[in-house]
Design a protein around this ligand. Structure first.
Ligand code: XIL
Length: 358
């Protein structure tokens, strides 16, 4: 199964500034990089990447982004963890404003991520009850979605509402106030008011790789649509790993496609790491398994009806930009993204191109 997400999510954002190449001590030992066309030129829909504001100051990252992507998703500076770091009364929009300006200046679309997430906001909202909580909840969405109205193409209005094992909905400070479906309905209604043009998404991980979780997500979508929720798109995060059985990803894409809604592959990466106690596979075998899964995903996305191909986003461009390669979790060998630390195409880039052109 995928490495422990809690550890990853908690991993401090400790990028080795500047010396990223130095962190990738295995780069020199890699096989010859594949020749791959610009990914935005082969993707059937806008091809995006996660972005951190600091990457705007990295000319190598900017060149790679301009060549390969046409859409940006703020990786963490549009989340409450950053925006409300100084409290509800003093939101930080500086870095997301910068990302929005960079997107506009470079003719790139922007996907907002994320308004309401179980894992953030508890501190800023602590001590608020009743009408005060409601004013803060509604006010936050109005302020954030209102500020970027006309600048973002779409929003992850609610992120990761399902329990990891798929047994039900997560409990969180939002569901405590409004109920498990209630907070989602309220968030979408407020987002719709704040930005009538943005495409509103529900976003989740491990849908395709944990069948019970995917099934629970699809049941939630059905309930929300029946309740008249302005849910307009479904986000498949696709944080894949190499031991997902063949065919599972494609089968789930067909299932989620049945609602007829736009699909956003929203956070693709594919770690080479597994939780197997004994795993003697070499890098080459792992890269081959990774390529097969990524091609399967890209091909399944490309097989969707055109109107449902919203966008295809990778969760970073270079291996050393990945959350898998930050902090103590970095094993120095993982290659979860389309490019290596020098910006050279990884096997994943070739796997994407192959899947899109299937
Ligand atoms: C992650 C970022 O990549 C990390 O840099 C940050 O420390 C924690 O959040 N699902 C999501 C993303 O929706 O917002 C998470 O991004 C990865 C899992």
């Amino acid at each position: 199964m995928t490495p422990n997400r809690r550890t990853l999510l908690a991993a401090p954002l400790a990028l080795c500034a500047g010396g990223l190449a130095a962190c990738d001590r295995f780069a020199a030992a890699e096989p010859t990089p594949p020749v791959v066309p610009p990914l935005k030129s082969v993707s059937p829909a806008p091809f995006g990447t996660a972005i951190k504001a600091m990457q705007i100051d990295d000319p190598d990252w900017v060149a790679l982004a301009r060549a390969n992507v046409s859409q940006l998703t703020p990786e963490w500076e549009m989340k409450m963890e950053y925006v409300l770091a100084n409290g509800l009364g003093r939101p930080n929009f500086d870095r997301t404003d910068r990302i929005a300006a960079f997107a506009q200046a470079n003719g790139m679309a922007m996907h907002g991520h994320t308004l309401i997430w179980y894992s953030q906001g508890a501190e800023a909202f602590s001590g608020l009850t009743g009408a005060a909580f409601d004013r803060a909840f509604d006010g936050y969405i109005a302020a954030m979605a209102g500020r970027y109205r006309g600048k973002v193409r779409s929003w992850d209005v609610v992120n990761e509402p399902i329990l990891d094992d798929g047994s039900g909905m997560r409990d969180c400070h939002w569901s405590a106030r409004y109920g498990h479906d209630g907070y989602i309905l309220r968030a979408f209604e407020k987002a719709r008011i704040a930005d009538p043009q943005a495409v509103l998404f529900l976003n989740e991980y491990n849908q395709e790789s944990v069948p019970a979780k995917g099934a629970q997500f699809l049941k939630l979508v059905e309930r929300l649509l029946k309740a008249g929720c302005p849910l307009q798109g479904l986000g498949l995060q696709s944080h894949l790993w190499i031991d997902i059985p063949e065919g599972v990803i494609a089968a789930y894409m067909r299932k989620i496609g049945q609602f007829g809604l736009p699909i956003h592959v929203s956070e693709l990466d594919c770690t080479l790491r597994t939780d197997r106690r004994l795993d003697f596979r070499g890098q080459a075998d792992r890269l081959a398994a990774q390529g097969a899964r990524v091609t399967e995903l890209a091909s399944a996305f490309a097989a969707l009806p055109k109107v449902q191909q919203f966008a295809f986003t990778v969760w970073g461009l270079r291996d050393t930009d990945s959350w898998y390669r930050q902090g103590a979790k970095d094993d120095g060998r993982d290659k979860p993204l389309p490019f290596d630390s020098f910006g050279r195409p990884n096997p994943i880039a070739a796997a994407l191109a192959a899947g899109f052109q299937d």
